[in-house]
Ligand binder design. Structure first.
Ligand code: IMP
Length: 427
C-alpha cells in the first residue's frame, strides 16, 4: 500500500493540519519527517482547537499511529509539555513512536539561535528562536546528540561535555553570554530519558513493516517548499528539507514506496520571517487578509506577511515535489472581494519570466504581473460540494489549477473538520 507525502507548497502555514486530519480516517500511520517545534499546526475538531508543534496531526485520531521520524529535531522539554497538554484534554498519546535516531535540540542550540539572530541585525532570518538551525548544523557537522544517547548516561555525559566545551567558548568569547553548566544539562536530559523511553523505537523498521502489511502511511512535512534549505529562498529558509524528497531521508522510506504527493496550497500567500515575497501587500489589503484569515503564527504569535496568490510559486512546488494533487485551503477568506489579483509571472529587470529565477538576486528584483479574477460576495463556508460554490469561485479554482499544473482535489472553505469540498479522493 502507498506511502503518501503531504507537503506545504508555499512558505508554510498553508493549513496542513486540516489536510492531515481530513485524511485521518483513511490513514494508519502519520509520520513527521523534518523540522521541530518551529512548526505550528492548528486542528479544529468540533468546538475544540488544538495547536500542535512537534506531534504529528495524526495524534488526534484514535486509529492512527503517530510517529516522529529520524529527520525531526526534538526539544524534549517541549515534546513532553505537548504530550501532557494533550493528555490533560483527554487525548491519548500512548501510540506515539519516536525515532531513536532523531536529533535533540539542546539548551546551547536555543541560546545560539537567539544570539546569532541578534548579531545578524537587519540581515536576520527571523527564525522562531527554537534552536532549529543550530541543532541541524550540529547534526551535519557530526556533533549532534540523538534520542538514543539519552539511554546511555556515560555517552550522554561525554557528548554534552564535548559539545559544551566548544559551544560555551562561542557563547562566552564571541557573543559575551553566560556559558551553560554541563551537569545541569545532563541531569535535565536524563530526566527526559525516563519520560520518553516508552515511545522510542526503530521507526524506519516500523514504517516499512506497516507498508509491507498494506497499511497507509502519511509522511507529513512541516514548513513549506520555499522554506526548504535546498529549494527555498536561501538563506531565508529553515534548516531542513520540507519538500517531498526530504520525506524519504527523514523517515527511512525508499522513494519507490511513495505513490502520491499532496501539496497544500493556500488560496493566497503568507510568510513569516524575513526574505523575498514578491506578492506581499504592505497596505490595508494585506492587513485585511491577515485579519480575515487570522494570519498570526501558531508558534510565535507573529503577524504573518500576507499577499495575493503566486502561481509561479505554485508551479515551482508542483515541479520540485512532484505534486500529484493539491488541497486548496482558505478559499472562504477571499469572499467579498470585487476582484482577486493572481500573480501569473514576474517582471525582472524589464524581462518577463514565468518560473522562479535561477538566482536569489533576481528573485529579490521580481515584480509580480497580475491577472484580475472576478470575486464573489456570497459566504461559502456552508458549501458542501464544488457545485455549491459561486461561479466566480469555481472559475478562480479552475484558473489556479491550470496555472499550477496539478489537479486541485480538495478545497477548504472554513476551519472546521467538515468544511472541506472533495473533488476526487486524495488517497
Ligand atoms: P527556523 O525554522 O526557526 O530556523 O526559522 C527559519 C525560517 O523559517 C523563519 O523565516 C521562520 O519564520 C520560518 N518558519 C519556521 N517554521 C515555520 C512554520 O511552521 N511556518 C512558517 N514559517 C516557518
Amino acid at each position: 500500500m502507498p506511502a503518501v507525502v503531504l507537503v506545504g507548497a508555499q512558505w508554510g502555514d498553508e493549513g496542513k493540519g486540516k489536510a492531515t486530519d481530513l485524511l485521518g480516517d483513511k490513514v494508519d500511520y502519520v509520520v513527521r519527517y523534518q523540522g521541530g517545534n518551529n512548526a505550528g499546526h492548528t486542528v479544529v475538531i468540533g468546538d475544540q482547537s488544538y495547536a500542535l508543534h512537534l506531534l504529528p496531526s495524526g495524534v488526534l485520531s484514535e486509529k492512527v499511529v503517530p510517529i516522529i521520524g529520524n529527520g525531526v529535531v526534538i526539544d524534549p522539554g517541549a515534546l513532553i509539555g505537548e504530550i501532557e497538554g494533550l493528555q490533560a484534554r483527554g487525548v491519548s498519546c500512548e501510540k506515539l513512536l519516536i525515532s531513536a535516531n532523531a536529533h535533540l535540540i539542546m539548551p546551547h542550540h536555543k541560546a545560539l539561535d537567539r544570539v546569532t539572530e541578534r548579531y545578524l541585525g537587519k540581515a536576520r532570518i527571523g527564525t522562531t528562536g527554537r534552536g532549529i538551525g543550530p541543532a541541524y548544523g550540529d547534526k551535519i557537522a557530526r556533533m549532534g546528540i540523538r534520542v538514543q544517547d539519552l539511554f546511555d548516561p556515560g555517552i550522554l555525559q561525554k557528548k554534552v561535555e564535548g559539545a559544551l566545551n566548544e559551544k560555551n567558548q562561542v557563547l562566552t568569547k564571541v557573543y559575551n553570554r553566560r556559558g551553560i553548566p554541563q551537569e545541569q544539562v545532563v541531569e535535565e536530559y536524563l530526566a527526559y530519558a525516563e519520560r520518553l523511553r516508552p515511545y522510542v523505537a526503530d521507526t524506519s523498521l516500523v514504517i516499512n513493516k506497516a507498508l509491507d502489511q498494506d497499511k497507509v502511511v502519511l509522511l507529513e512535512g512541516a514548513q513549506g517548499t520555499l522554506l526548504d534549505v535546498d529549494h527555498g529562498t536561501y538563506p531565508f529558509v529553515t534548516s531542513s528539507a520540507p519538500t517531498s524528497g526530504g520525506a524519504c531521508a527523514g523517515s527511512g522510506v525508499g522513494p519507490t514506496r511513495i505513490t502520491k504527493v499532496i501539496g497544500i496550497l493556500k488560496a493566497y500567500t503568507t510568510r513569516v520571517g524575513s526574505g523575498p515575497f514578491p506578492t506581499e501587500l504592505e497596505d490595508e489589503m494585506g492587513d485585511w487578509l491577515r485579519t480575515t484569515g487570522h494570519e498570526y503564527g501558531v508558534t510565535t504569535g507573529r503577524n504573518r506577511r500576507c499577499g495575493w496568490f503566486d502561481a509561479v510559486i505554485g508551479r515551482y512546488a508542483t515541479r520540485v515535489n512532484g505534486v500529484t494533487d493539491f488541497f486548496l485551503t482558505k478559499l472562504d477568506v477571499l469572499s467579498g472581494l470585487e476582484t482577486i489579483p493572481v500573480c501569473v509571472g514576474y517582471e525582472i529587470d524589464g524581462v518577463r519570466v514565468d518560473e522562479i529565477p535561477m538566482t536569489q538576486t533576481e528573485f529579490h528584483h521580481a515584480t509580480p504581473i497580475y491577472e484580475e479574477f472576478p470575486g464573489w460576495q456570497q459566504d461559502i463556508t456552508g458549501a458542501t460540494t464544488f457545485e455549491d460554490l459561486p461561479a466566480n469561485a469555481q472559475a478562480y479554482v479552475r484558473a489556479l489549477e491550470k496555472m499550477v499544473g496539478a489537479p486541485i482535489s480538495a478545497i477548504g472553505v472554513g476551519p472546521g473538520r467538515h468544511q472541506t469540498l472533495s473533488l476526487r479522493p486524495l488517497i
